[in-house]
Write a protein that binds this ligand. Structure first.
Ligand code: PMT
Length: 394
């Protein structure tokens, strides 16, 4: 099983003094839920907002604030770390780091660290837009630091503008991106996710239970691993995965057309979508009366994978097979009939697998055999599926 990119990685979270310090507590929690080993270093000013005890309790590690009580910590801590995240990063700290000032635990740790550094500015919008701050940010970016840009919204001072610390999810995603392997760099992936809707009349449709989570996880992990990702998505309630271009569709016909349009530029097609297999034959352009009920005739939906695999210049094709039992025979047939390179089997009746859950239990079937995986997060499933893509697609 491929580990999450943060699992067992040693992350130093440097916290500097602004109102957004309370969000850093949530950041520790999120990094810990990804199984990272988090150590917090704080400036004196940040201690005024949140006590070190909070960070110590959440991280399970000692918190460092005073350079002199542990004089070698600013050297020994960074020596063993994989990533430094500075969040929130104040205008003062950004200025210090850009000019090499090292007079507190955070700035000393920064200078002693060799590895990827992420910073998430948080301040008033006029401060953030000030040419001096912008110049310092450019300096840090020029040195290879990754800025997770602040967001627009209501600020602690009551004003509105760009200056709110980035959502914690974006910072975690940036951390994962920094520590991910980049074995898909230069590869173009087309991922298709979610359900389709097949309309009976303007207000009713048939569909299925796909939430899009499996396909969105594939798109996010592929982008993190350096791929150029286009995600064609049926209607779902998910945020767009960072780093992917999203094309929204509703019906199987729209999905087919979008796949045809984008597949020419793709090296790899991953078809995680649950296409509604049937389309109502007689669409009524006006809302049907309730009345006594009626007979709904259905025709097969267009087969999207077949439309691509039958063409001369086809990409490497990965399909999915959602089944309601453990027998993999149907999946093997689909692999052959649809001309896929490999197929991911998932039994959607298994607890925690298939539709809507954050986890899945998959088997990867190709012409060489079958590999079974335990129940794991959809991101972890995406990692092993993409590992197999890399192995088989050359
Ligand atoms: O979205 P989630 O809630 O996270 O759930 C994930 C999932 C269960 C939807 C996903 O893991 C999955 O199994 N997707 C494929 C579901 C499916 O439709 O399987 P199938 O056995 O019916 O189709 C086989 C393959 O042909 C699939 O790659 C499918 O996308 C494709 N297909 C199906 C019908 C059709 N008309 N055209 C197609 O291209």
């Amino acid at each position: 099983m491929s580990p999450s990119s943060l699992k067992s990685r040693r992350v130093i979270l440097a916290v500097t003094g602004g109102v957004a310090v309370y969000k850093a507590a949530d950041l520790v929690r999120r990094l810990k839920s990804e199984e990272a080993d988090v150590t917090v270093v704080m400036t004196e000013a940040s201690r005024r907002f949140v006590s070190p005890l909070t960070f110590e309790s959440l991280s399970g590690n000692k918190v460092y604030t005073d350079v002199f009580s542990d004089p070698l910590a600013h050297v020994s801590l960074p020596a063993g770390a994989d990533l430094l995240v500075i969040a929130p990063a104040t205008a003062n700290m950004i200025g210090k780091l850009a000019s090499g000032i090292a007079d507190d635990m955070v700035s000393l740790t920064f200078l002693a660290f060799r590895g990827p550094v992420i910073f998430a500015p948080a301040m008033n919008w006029r401060m953030y837009g000030h040419p001096v701050v912008q110049r310092n940010i450019r300096t840090l970016r020029g040195l290879g630091l990754l800025e997770v840009e602040p967001e627009e919204g209501e600020l602690a001072c009551g004003e509105r503008g760009v200056g709110r610390m980035a959502d914690v999810g974006r910072i975690v995603e940036a951390a994962k991106g920094c520590l991910s392997k980049k074995d898909l760099a230069g590869r173009r992936l087309l991922v298709v996710a979610g359900p389709t809707r097949e309309y009976i009349d303007p207000v009713r449709f048939i569909s299925n239970r796909s939430s899009g989570k499996m396909g969105y996880a594939l798109a996010a992990v592929a982008a993190r691993r350096g791929a150029d990702v286009t995600l064609i998505s049926g209607p779902v309630a998910l945020d767009p995965p960072p780093g992917a271009d999203v094309v929204r569709v509703e019906t199987s016909e729209e999905m087919l057309e979008a796949v045809k349009r984008h597949v020419r530029e793709a090296d790899i097609l991953v078809m995680a979508a649950a296409v509604a297999d049937f389309v109502p034959e007689d669409y009524s352009p006006v809302k049907r009366e309730k009345g006594e009920g009626f007979v709904l005739r259905l025709r097969p939906a267009p087969d999207i994978v077949k439309a691509v695999s039958g063409t001369g210049e086809r990409p490497f094709i990965v399909g999915f097979s959602a089944e309601t039992g453990p027998d993999t025979a149907k999946a093997r047939r689909k692999l052959e009939d649809k001309g896929m390179d490999f197929i991911v089997f998932n039994d959607v009746t298994v607890d925690g697998a298939g539709f809507d859950s954050d986890t899945n239990k998959i088997s990867i079937i190709d012409r060489e055999g079958i590999a079974d995986y335990p129940l794991m997060s959809k991101e972890a499933c995406a990692e092993v599926i993409l590992d197999r893509c890399v192995e088989l697609s050359g």
